[in-house]
Design a binder for this molecule. Sequence first.
Ligand code: NDP
Length: 310
Amino acid sequence: MREALVFHSELDAAAPWVEALNAELPDLDLRVSPDVGDPEAVRYALVWKPPHGFFAPFTNLKLVVNLGAGVDALVARDDLPPVPITRISDPDMSRMMASFVLMAVLRHARDIPLFEKAQREGRWHYVQPRPADEISVGVLGLGELGGTAAAEIARQGFRVSGWSRTPKEIPGVACVSGMEALPAFLRASEILVVMLPLTPATRHILNAETLALLPRGAKLINVARGAIIDEPALVAALRSGALGGATLDVFETEPLPAQSPLWGMENVLITPHLASTAIPKSAAAQIAANIRRIQAGESVANPVDPQRGY
Ligand code: NDP
């Protein structure tokens, strides 16, 4: 019986993934849920938020690949099969994220929202630009996406600091780690970029108390997960001027509910969770490499640790 991979996503089209994986693994039988055929042949699952109980029929499963970088929805489930879990780790996906973050940082650093407002009002509104090396940008989370974004911002000459759980070294980025380093890190971040995974340790890590540590008028960019920030505290900080503005790509509830006060805030840019996406053409090679490792009886690269939550 040919080994099979089952694909499930309600967000991503199956055809480009089937084509890209077929080019890498021509011997693999690629099946798109719900058309899964004989479940006993299924060895690999490439999934984004499959329904509860999805994995139960696949008794010979050897690997679950999360169709994206954020695994919070997957590792929080109580029906996870006891097999290795990996995520998409793809330099093209990191570049896509880094370019979005850079756009957002530059937008705040160059006061673009002020000029958009002035234009709407027909006002010529000169504001002296500040050199990048006088503007401090803090990046929370220095993983595959966060580390790449921090390096990209540093390349533009900003004064960049980064915060992670364990010590890191990134050229041009002043790296600190651990909870004890967080308050001083926040106090120094005029522009704060949130790139942490959502885990029990990071849920609401930005709340009324920690947001108050940021310099008055600081700008916040969240491209990670909405629930890392206590949303009512964020709204209050934006209303009071404690925060000067925000670029928000992710929210506690998505799509952002129509009644959210964030929609109507002039100092907020809302984008619908698209800072970066998994790209079949470039990600397929890395998925295929992990499948070949399983076939050779080796351990997978970049495993997710469900206990750690990322
Ligand atoms: P990684 O898992 O590669 O890295 C996570 C980083 O966060 C690491 O540096 C890690 O520290 C740090 N971290 C985790 N927990 C803590 C903690 N408790 N305290 C301090 N630091 C911590 O993630 P990526 O960089 O690849 O991605 C980040 C997130 O971006 C994803 O989890 C996902 O939610 C989100 N995302 C959003 C997308 C969008 O379109 N908006 C698209 C893709 C991803 P250490 O290095 O020490 O382990």
